[in-house]
Design a protein around this ligand. Sequence first.
Ligand code: DX5
Ligand code: ZN
Length: 218
Amino acid sequence: MNRIISPSLLSADFSILKEQIDIVKKAGAQRLHIDCMDGHFVPNFTFGPFIVKAIRKLTDLHLETHLMIDNPSNYFDDFIDAGSDTLIFHYEASNDLRRDLETIKQKGVKCGLAIKPETSHQLLEKYLDILDYILIMSVSPGFGGQGFIEETLLKMKLTHEMCINHNCRDKITLGVDGGVNIKTINKVYQTGVDVTVVGSGLYKADDIIERFKELETQ
Ligand code: DX5
Ligand code: ZN
């Protein structure tokens, strides 16, 4: 099982953003995770489409944009036009999930749903036919550097099994987001997931390239 690590730029040093992107690409990253927060859906406020557009100019890496915002569909076009390759919004923030997923898909962008630690994976079952990506939060969304919530490991395993049982496991990318680091990454991958989002566990390391390799091979 090859590990796909998606560096979360929220933990990067934005004063040297191009270098922070280039170094993870040099380390072997195939994608970047961009956390957009509105200060309403989550207590933190980060950045919007403008920054995604700037990042798009800096790299050809696959950009997975994680929207932690209320009324996400109001901003789909902006984040798609900014260059997102995968657009993930929260199950808890949408009032018409199928319409929202279809809207993203119709624009040729991969669509994803994120679920908070307290949200059951079973709520996603009826969208498996349209989903490209499921992002399982292993922290409460809003900040980097939080502690990994062990109880979410079972949900990762059950989500993996749910996709197998519905014959769609190969079609859907399973990602895990929050508190993934050198200590927790092994047990996360033992659940069967594909992608781990790593922010502080990568960008706060002294040697980012070495840490990326450790995370990949641990
Ligand atoms: C949290 C974000 C995560 C976060 C991950 O709301 O969605 O992507 O940046 O950062 P770490 O890996 O430090 O938990
Ligand atoms: Zn995220």
